[in-house]
Every structure is written in structure tokens, then in C-alpha cells.
Design a protein around this ligand. Structure first.
Ligand code: IMP
Ligand code: MG
Length: 172
């Protein structure tokens, strides 16, 4: 299979604008609360680091490592959050909501830590692909059913470093 970066769906400037708007919404909603942001690695890496630098009040930050490993039943998925989430407001940040399997599982795990609230924040939402009902509380862009890369999203662990979101074309 031969892949190439195709059409740019969301430009760097559009992302910057939306991320700063999102940070303003989060500030309005969370400024006077104890907020812990949990970034799902590796996909949220770029989005998370840009977003948190737009947030002007003190937040705690942790990461949820290896979301792709959670389909393996032998993996102890409770083990990789180091902060105590009890009585905290938690915002889970990920790159994309696709079928919903990954994030619904992570929400379940986080709820097990007895936080005061759990909300989900994604850069992209591919609603047509949903298999498990989950509506993001915060979302920057709705996209159609195309495989995209860039701004943290990968194919075969490549292309995360692109500063925009583009369609990955399969050139056979
Ligand atoms: P879900 O469990 O199907 O919602 O899948 C979520 C994960 O699949 C995301 O966190 C991404 O890592 C990956 N994913 C889904 N769609 C895309 C895409 O278009 N490009 C790159 N990764 C994707
Ligand atoms: Mg991911």
C-alpha cells in the first residue's frame, strides 16, 4: 500500500483559531473549579499541548498512556493515571472520536476513580462512524468519513507532526 498526504481539510490557522476559542469556553466553564485534564496519548499530544497553553487558570495535567493497548484484556488500564481524581472535575482530551469504543472505555475507567464530573473534549468528530453512543462535550471540528492525519493523528505512527489536518490518500 502506498499512502500520500492529500487534501488539507483543516489549515493550521483554522486549528489555531478553534483551539483558542475552545480554551475560552473551558475557562468560562471550569475557571472556578478544580480541573484535571487527561490527554490520551499519543494522538492528543499536539492538541493537548496547544490547548493547555491557552488556559489562563491553574489546571492539573496527566496523560492516559497507550489507549490502543486497552483492547488487550490482560492490560491493567487503571494503572497509568498517577493523579488522584477523587472529587476532581476531569476533562478527557483526545484527537478524534470515531467509533467511540476508545473514549467510552476511558470514560468508564475514569468514572471508576470517583471524580465529581467527567467530560470529553476532542479535536475531531467523525459522527457517521459511531458504534457506541457518545457525544463529545467539546469538539473543534466535525469531519466526514475520511481517514485523516496530522496535528497528532497518525497513520503507522507517521504524520503526527504535520501542523494541519489532511486526508491520507491510498494510492494503491
Ligand atoms: P474509536 O475507538 O474508533 O473512536 O477510535 C479512536 C482512535 O482511532 C483515535 O483516538 C485515533 O487514534 C484512531 N483514529 C480514528 N480515526 C482516525 C483517522 O481518521 N486518522 C487517524 N487516526 C484515527
Ligand atoms: Mg488515539
Amino acid at each position: 500500500m502506498n499512502n500520500a498526504v492529500g487534501e488539507v481539510l483543516i489549515t493550521e490557522a483554522e486549528i489555531k483559531h478553534k483551539v483558542s476559542e475552545l480554551a475560552q469556553k473551558l475557562t468560562a466553564d471550569y475557571e472556578h473549579k478544580e480541573l484535571t485534564i487527561i490527554g490520551v496519548l499519543n494522538g492528543s499530544l499536539i492538541f493537548l499541548s496547544d490547548l493547555i497553553r491557552h488556559i489562563p487558570f491553574p489546571v492539573k495535567i496527566d496523560t492516559y498512556i497507550g489507549a490502543s493497548a486497552i483492547s488487550k484484556p490482560e492490560t491493567d488500564i487503571n494503572n497509568n493515571i498517577s493523579l488522584s481524581l477523587k472529587d476532581e472535575h476531569v476533562l478527557i482530551v483526545d484527537d478524534i472520536l470515531d467509533t467511540g469504543k476508545t473514549l467510552s472505555r476511558i470514560v468508564q475507567v475514569i468514572r471508576g476513580h470517583n471524580p465529581l464530573s467527567v467530560q470529553v473534549c476532542v479535536l475531531l468528530n467523525k459522527e457517521v462512524r459511531r458504534e457506541i453512543e457518545l457525544v463529545p462535550d467539546y469538539c473543534c471540528f466535525e469531519i466526514e468519513n475520511k481517514f485523516v492525519v496530522g496535528y497528532g493523528l497518525d497513520f503507522d505512527n507517521k504524520y503526527r507532526n504535520l501542523p494541519y489536518v489532511a486526508v491520507l490518500e491510498d494510492n494503491g
